[in-house]
Design a protein around this ligand. Structure first.
Ligand code: 6PG
Length: 478
């Protein structure tokens, strides 16, 4: 019988959990995966809810009411195209296909155009919140034709996280806007995670009497306590909260702190790198995100790092106690850097919206990021307020909500960067954030010299400070 209201292809943890969430919200759901075990797991976990597993893609299509609503939650890349190819013969004009994975936005634009030729509507949708979010309420960023979204909105809004009753699901823009916004979400996620890692490193390794507990640096348990404290204040966020939890975990095998037993090489699936690439293309500076990607790349070169560490002597003996680094300065540096990371992400969204015609609504994006997603944080309320008051805001660092805190926080950032440099601890994301803010606060940058050099070797011309026009100097040596 064709009475299922929502179909899912891909019953890995994300797809299965999302579909269980759909069924638990009362929608008749059907899922398909090549793997028999995953299909069985769906029926086992979904017992008592209106969910079934289809044994073939054809039976999934047959069991859905028309027009069909089918989501794919499969790994980004060629698998998405393969699933589209498998589904297509079983679809009819008017059906709606939703890609809920972390697809690269140009692929989404290409797939939307391809499916349109077959009369199939396509939505590129960002889903954030990991396994738990998919099951209990993710943040959902929908891109595509708004009229198509209308036909799936009751389901997506019902399954999404809620903040004060508001669903964390919204149509953010046309075409590939949903996947673009999710990509930037992940870029901000990379920056926040790197900044937290640097704060942890400073707390663990800087021996300032103001940061250390007693005579030694902070232990993981003490750092966990510090993060838990910070989570009760303006840094309140999912990532700070889980950091405190992670740092408390003991390795059952060795009895050591588990985080100390984990190899220091960070993985990445590509969304951070794509964010940097898109920002480069659009000419938008997002150094905190770039640094986070760079630091993951450096971390992955473990063998090379190990070799170099014996050649470069530790910086060590600088009088870092003189910099008076206090725990509250690290909290303040983290607060400023989180704000700057959001500022960079939102300025990229603004440029992409103008360039690609996404018509992104920044207030709405801040609203749906408040719950369910990985970068949810109390600060998003201020971000939402900033864009509500000034919809055309170019950069959050200029908003009344952040301007004063950033001006004050810059000094603390400098303290942390000096302390880290003095102790030989890499703090790339903190340092680039400090320089990002300082550069925007600098009326006259040394770019005049770059212009002179360009004119010298390539006659690229320059403008003058004292009059209008374009100038070239024929003989710089005369
Ligand atoms: C989310 C996460 C999710 C995933 C990242 C991890 O919003 O739920 O961002 O999408 O965990 O893709 O990305 P990396 O593997 O690149 O760290």
């Amino acid at each position: 019988m064709a009475n299922a209201e929502f179909g899912m292809v891909g019953l890995g943890t994300m797809g299965r959990n999302f579909l269980l969430n759909v069924a638990e919200n009362g929608f008749a759901a059907v899922g398909y995966d090549l793997s028999v075990e995953k299909r069985e797991l769906l029926e086992l976990e979904g017992a008592g809810t209106p969910v079934t597993a289809a044994i073939e893609i054809a039976s999934l299509a047959a069991s859905l009411e028309r027009p069909r609503r089918i989501m794919m939650l499969v790994p980004a890349g060629p698998v998405v195209d393969a699933v589209i190819g498998d589904l297509l013969p079983h679809l009819e004009p008017g059906d709606i296909l939703i890609d809920g994975g972390n697809s690269h936005f140009p692929d989404t634009a290409r797939r939307e155009a391809f499916l349109k030729e077959h009369g199939i509507a396509f939505l590129g949708v960002g889903v954030s919140g990991g396994e738990e979010g998919a099951r209990r309420g993710p943040s959902i960023m929908i891109g595509g034709d708004p009229a198509v979204y209308e036909r799936v909105s009751p389901i997506l809004e019902a399954v999404s996280a809620k903040v004060n009753g508001d669903p964390c699901a919204a149509h953010v823009g046309r075409g590939s806007a949903g996947h673009f916004v999710k990509m930037v979400h992940n870029g901000i996620e990379y920056a926040m995670m790197q900044l937290i890692a640097e704060a942890y490193d400073v707390l663990k390794r800087v021996s300032s009497p103001h940061v250390s507990k007693g005579s030694s640096q902070q232990t993981n348990a003490e750092i966990a306590h510090t993060f838990a404290e910070w989570n009760r204040g303006r840094l309140n966020s999912f990532l700070i909260e889980i950091t405190a939890t992670v740092l408390k975990k003991t390795d059952p095998e060795t009895g050591n702190s588990l985080v100390d037993m984990i190899l220091d090489t960070a993985g990445q699936k590509g969304t951070g790198k794509w964010t940097s690439q898109a920002a480069m293309d659009l000419g938008i500076p997002i150094p905190a995100i770039d640094s986070a990607v760079t630091m993951r790349q450096i971390s992955a070169k473990k063998a090379f790092r190990e070799k170099q560490s014996s050649h470069f002597l530790p910086i060590g003996n600088w009088p870092i106690d003189n910099c008076q680094l206090e725990e509250k300065a690290i909290e303040s540096a983290l607060h400023s850097s989180f704000a700057a990371a959001y500022a960079q992400g939102f300025s990229l969204l603004r440029a992409a919206s103008d360039e690609m015609g996404f018509e992104l609504d920044m207030v709405e994006i801040a609203k749906i990021w408040r719950g369910g997603c990985i970068i949810r944080a109390a600060m998003l309320e201020d971000i939402r307020a900033a864009f509500s008051e000034e919809p055309g805001l170019e950069n959050l660092i200029a908003s009344p909500q952040f301007r004063d805190a950033l001006a004050a926080g810059r000094e603390d950032l400098a303290r942390v960067v000096v302390a880290a440099a003095s102790a030989g601890i890499p703090a790339m994301a903190f340092a680039t954030t400090l320089n990002y803010l300082t550069a925007f606060a600098t009326e006259r940058l040394p770019a005049n010299l770059i212009q002179a050099q360009r004119d010298y070797f390539g006659a690229h011309t320059y403008q003058r400070t004292d009059r209008e026009g374009t100038f070239h100097t024929d003989d710089w040596e005369a």
